[in-house]
Structures are given as structure tokens and as C-alpha cells.
Design a protein around this ligand. Structure first.
Ligand SMILES: [Mg+2]
Length: 381
């Protein structure tokens, strides 16, 4: 089998009145870069790149101009060989960030092809399923725009997730420690003690601020405190982790096994959160998971984007081992983004539905989804 071409699609949607804020800014659009790898066998593979900082066109151009020409004519089943080729060609200026997001999309598409060629879901190729469904937590509870009472709106949203059957949800913090504390208090009060609550500061604080806040948040039984400090501040992570009983999570802004090597070696976090669509795709994620397992450090993937990224992440999630294994192991949490995204569901023919707090993991070949070209073209930039 040979790769005959790569097509990229850039999708964009205006959020209008549904724009939402977090510690860094207000998001008023959603965008996505999706790639389709074509083969001479007629099999297509789909991938998605994670980029939220600007136009997804940039990632698509990286795929179109820099990466695609390097793999056309190659066998898509040689995914590790091709990953190394893409990384090495872009290595000098591309070790982190957008280049790796672009490589991730291509790699995910190659694994989709591999699965379709063999008639197996990707999780079988990764070693099999530890689970057939994913315990989902809702990512949402952003700052609603134009709401006269933010706390009230957040409480209503949180109660909605609980009614939908979510056993966990994640709140955005990092506005100001006083504001954060008020939000956490109100939401914990509204959802009760039986629903897990995570908080995510999107690297808003320095270590002393994060330590002071963490100590105030300790009575609220938080499942984790995500990205308390900037991703480059590994020492800040280590200091905070030593100073609080709240588990610390991070890694969505880290890339490849080279980036995760330091987080793991320094034991900077309690939960590693690599994003499949940013950290290098299935090929690189398998290496990160292996390194994490050697350190007995749980991997709880970051998940964002459309149903393509979601489907790929569910395949990864099925094959994620326990950290550690035991008779009654702790089930990892699957991140299910519930923030407004008009692009999320329409890109695939298949839909995902929460049942009793879980998402079923597809067992169809590859990623288990089919691109809805009509939708993709309609929302294309
Ligand atoms: Mg996050």
C-alpha cells in the first residue's frame, strides 16, 4: 500500500453570544484542522491537529507544505518510520508546538489507515482494550459572557452536567484567587460530595500564588488542580506538588517523549495529560505511556477538538493501562469537552452519547468514524 496524497480541511465557526472566557482570554471562534491521508488501496485515514491559539490554517499549511511531501509514496503501515522521518526533517525548528500538532494529525491518520487495512479498531493495534467504555468528566464551566451573574450561571451549568449523568466535571479557575475560591465553593455546594470536581487554571499563577490558593482549596475535595503554573515552570510544579495534598495535573502544553521525559523524571505532576492531537499522535503517545508506566505515573489524556480527535482519543483510552494494576484498579477519567463547539459533532457521521456517565468506545476498524464531507465543506475556510 502507498500514500497517494493528503488533503487538509480547516473549519471555523463563530461563537457569537456563546463566546466563553478562561484565565487567558475570551474565545469567540472555534477552529479545527483535519487531514485526510489517501492511499492507492482506496483506504482513507483521518487525523486532527490541536491548536487553539490562532487560525488552524497554520497547522494545515504545515501538513500541506512541510509534512505531506515527505510521506507521499511511502507505505502508511510504516508509522514509526514515517514519524521519525517527519520529526527529523522538522526537528531543528519544530521540536515543540505547532509542528508536533501537525505531525500528530498525520500520525493519527496513518493509524486509522492501519486499522482499516487490517479490519481492526486502533485500540487492538495498540495492544487491546483495558475497558470498553470511558468514564467521562465534563470539561466546561468556562466564564459565560454577558451573564449578569456568573456564579449563578456556573452553578446552573454544573447542575446540568450532574443531571446528564456526569460523575465528574472541570471548572476553569485562574481569574483571581478570591474569585476562584468563590466559584469552587458555590459549585461544590451545588453538586454535592459524590461528584468529582477538577479545577484548571490554564497556567495563570506563579508557584507562591498557586500554593496559597491550593491550601485554601484543600477542603473542597478536588480531584486535581490542572496547569497551576506555566508549562515551562517545572520547578514551580515541583514546589506546589510538595506543598499541597491536592493532586497536580499538567502536560497539555507539552510535546513528545522528549518533553514528557522531564515532567516524569522530576515527578512534577501526579497526572500526566498529553493530548493525542498535539503530542505526536499514537506513535509518540505509546512511547510517553511506556515512560510513564516505568515511573508508575498515571496518564489522563487531554482531549479537545472535534469528533475526529475525540474518536482517536477514545481508541487511545481503551488501550491505556492501569497505573498500577491491581484487583480493583482506579478507572482513569476521560475528558469530554462540553464547551460550545458548533464543529464538534457534525464532522463525523457517527455521534457519541453519554450513557450513565460513560462514553462507549467504538469497535469499528480504525478510529471507527466516517468524515461527513458535506459538513466539512460547508464549514470550511
Ligand atoms: Mg486544561
Amino acid at each position: 500500500m502507498k500514500i497517494t496524497g493528503i488533503t487538509t480541511y480547516v473549519l471555523a465557526a463563530d461563537l457569537g453570544a456563546s463566546a466563553f472566557g478562561w484565565s487567558q482570554r475570551v474565545g469567540s471562534t472555534r477552529q479545527s484542522a483535519i487531514c485526510v491521508v489517501e492511499t492507492d488501496a482506496g483506504i482513507q485515514g483521518y487525523g486532527e491537529a490541536f491548536y487553539f491559539g490562532g487560525p488552524s490554517t497554520i497547522v494545515a499549511q504545515l501538513i500541506d507544505l512541510a509534512l505531506g511531501p515527505l510521506i507521499i509514496g511511502s507505505d502508511p503501515l510504516d508509522s514509526s518510520v514515517l514519524w521519525d522521518r517527519l520529526y527529523n526533517w522538522t526537528r531543528d525548528q519544530g521540536q515543540k508546538g505547532l509542528t508536533i500538532s501537525a505531525i500528530s494529525a498525520v500520525d493519527i491518520a496513518l493509524w486509522d489507515i492501519k486499522g482499516k487495512a487490517l479490519g481492526l479498531p486502533v485500540h487492538k493495534l495498540l495492544g487491546g482494550a483495558y475497558r470498553s467504555r470511558a468514564k467521562a468528566y465534563a470539561t466546561g464551566l468556562y466564564e459565560p459572557q454577558g451573564s449578569p451573574n456568573t456564579v449563578h450561571a456556573l452553578v446552573q451549568e454544573a447542575q446540568g452536567y450532574k443531571e446528564q449523568g456526569f460523575q465528574g466535571m472541570k471548572l476553569k479557575i485562574g481569574y483571581d484567587p478570591r474569585v476562584d475560591l468563590g466559584y469552587v465553593r458555590a459549585i461544590r455546594d451545588a453538586i454535592g460530595d459524590d461528584v468529582a470536581l477538577m479545577v484548571d487554571a490554564n497556567h495563570a499563577y506563579n508557584a507562591p500564588e498557586a500554593i496559597r490558593l491550593a491550601r485554601e482549596l484543600e477542603p473542597y475535595d478536588l480531584a486535581w488542580f490542572e496547569e497551576p503554573v506555566p508549562p515551562e515552570d517545572i520547578d514551580g510544579y515541583v514546589e506546589l506538588r510538595a506543598a499541597t495534598s491536592i493532586p497536580i495535573a499538567g502536560g497539555e502544553c507539552e510535546y513528545t517523549r522528549f518533553g514528557f521525559r522531564e515532567l516524569i523524571a522530576r515527578r512534577a505532576v501526579d497526572y500526566l495529560q498529553p493530548d493525542l492531537c498535539a503530542t505526536g499522535g499514537f506513535t509518540e503517545m505509546a512511547r510517553i505511556v511506556a515512560m510513564a508506566s516505568a515511573a508508575n505515573l498515571p496518564v489522563i489524556p487531554h482531549v479537545w477538538g472535534t469528533n475526529i480527535g475525540l474518536a482517536a482519543s477514545l481508541q487511545l483510552f481503551a488501550a491505556l493501562p492501569h497505573f498500577p494494576d491491581r484487583r480493583f484498579p482506579t478507572e482513569p477519567w476521560f475528558e469530554y469537552d462540553r464547551s460550545t463547539n458548533p464543529l464538534r459533532d457534525g464532522v463525523t457521521v457517527e455521534t457519541f452519547t453519554l450513557e450513565d456517565g460513560y462514553l462507549a468506545i467504538p469497535t469499528r476498524p480504525g478510529l471507527g468514524v466516517t468524515l461527513d464531507l458535506d459538513f466539512v465543506t460547508r464549514h470550511g475556510v
